[in-house]
Design a protein around this ligand. Structure first.
Ligand code: NDP
Length: 371
């Protein structure tokens, strides 16, 4: 670790003298290139799957957050992670015994990265064990469960954050800055297209019991959340229409494609698409009186690309999960306020909107929202 830090310090110093390409600087900027003596958030990850692995890798470059523990149902993964990340036996748990984390002073927060429908009970158990908790998105599978999670964390006096990594992404934040400072003028229209073609029909993402839905819970939520932070208002109504081309793969309660529309208090409107059956859909477009902003790709792992009426956005690419975890450490340990919230209340708004979208699909009517 130290030699890696020394190397990065040296390479950053040299980069001042000789112009290094952007990607090298980006990787230096998000690592331990500056001496850091402040508090470090000690994190245990629950659910060592695909995204858990990505977060763990990215955390190796964090300066304020450190992976120190695991909670998993798969003993062989625990062994692998122990050797890869130097995790002591006393910080390893399974789903039966993790309440005992209460007696472990070496873990500050548990990051829950399991299938959607499991988040609620797992988050509440972590809160009852007196640890802060980060849940992956969607925070839960409906607003009622989300509210219960918020209540449990409040009662236990722990913080509840949700893995909204785009809230820390530099190009996204630049558009939010432009919008807030009036450079775009009055916002008129947002378009969010989020989707991919999903593979294996046996995976949990296509099982309502574990996923709580289909594409909307998994990928459509980015368009919902994006509409809110790009427009800068909360929607007051929603309409939605569902189409299904494959009833075998996308069973009842597992949405394949939903188009949905929002109205905002200012009169701005949004038109969005969520799908598990089309590729090349990762695009946000914001139209305003004085200009426009576009991100494409808009929510993938990056590099995010974007432009506005003023030209290309050229903020540095960062590893989203590294920046997210450093920023979340600041929120939990130092009470920092993010530019766009990442707390339970923020996630609850998305869940209320998802509930309303499903209701609008079912009834065919416009549904009013009070967020
Ligand atoms: P994976 O299937 O790859 O991993 C989920 C892990 O959860 C499993 O490996 C397993 O880990 C654990 N698990 C516990 N119970 C079950 C169960 N009944 N069925 C399946 N797995 C179980 O999923 P992802 O990592 O892709 O997604 C996990 C969460 O992260 C989801 O909520 C998803 O929406 C979110 N996510 C967020 C992303 C983002 O960009 N913010 C990107 C991708 C996912 P173990 O064997 O260790 O118990």
């Amino acid at each position: 670790m130290n030699s890696r830090r020394d190397f990065l310090q040296k390479i950053t110093a040299s980069a001042i003298a000789i112009q290094l390409p952007n990607f090298v600087l980006a990787s230096c900027n998000e690592t331990n290139n500056q001496h850091y003596d402040g508090p470090v958030l000690r994190v245990a990850i629950m659910g060592l799957g695909s995204y858990g692995n990505r977060v763990a890798e990215a955390m190796q470059s964090c300066k304020k957050a450190k992976l120190v523990g695991v909670i998993s149902g798969t003993p062989s993964k625990i062994k692998d992670w122990q050797s890869k990340y130097n995790i002591p036996e006393k910080n390893c748990y399974n789903y039966e015994n993790f309440d005992a984390i209460k007696n472990n002073p070496d873990i500050d927060v548990v990051y829950v990265i399991t299938p959607n429908a499991l988040h609620k009970d797992q988050v509440i158990r972590v809160a009852k064990a007196g640890k802060h908790v980060i849940s992956e998105k969607p925070m839960s599978i409906n607003a009622k469960d989300g509210q219960e999670m918020i209540n449990a964390c409040k009662k236990a006096g722990v913080k509840l954050l949700v893995g909204y990594r785009m809230h820390f992404e530099p190009k996204t934040l630049e558009i939010i800055r432009m919008r807030k400072e009036g450079e775009l003028g009055k916002i008129l229209f947002f378009q969010g297209q989020c989707g991919f073609t999903i593979g294996d029909p046996a995976q949990w993402r296509l099982n309502k019991q574990l996923a709580g839905g289909g594409a909307m819970m998994d990928i459509g939520i980015y368009a919902i959340n994006g509409a809110r932070y790009m427009v800068g208002e909360e929607p007051i109504w929603v309409t939605a229409q569902e189409t299904k081309t494959n009833r075998e793969k996308f069973k009842d309660g597992v949405d394949e494609t939903i188009q949905f529309q929002f109205g905002f208090p200012s009169g701005a409107v949004a038109s969005c698409l969520s799908t598990y059956n089309m590729n090349n859909l990762d695009r946000f477009f914001l139209d305003a009186e004085k200009g426009f902003a576009e991100l494409q790709p808009s929510t993938g792992y990056g590099p995010i690309k974007g432009r506005t009426n003023k030209g290309e956005l050229n903020q540095l690419h960062v590893t989203h999960q590294t920046v997210q975890m450093d920023e979340m450490a600041g929120i939990i340990l130092e009470g920092k306020q993010p530019i766009v919230p990442v707390d339970g209340e923020e996630a609850l708004k998305d869940l209320k909107i998802i509930d309303a979208i499903f209701l609008a699909v079912k009834t065919g009517s416009k549904v009013d929202l009070k967020l």
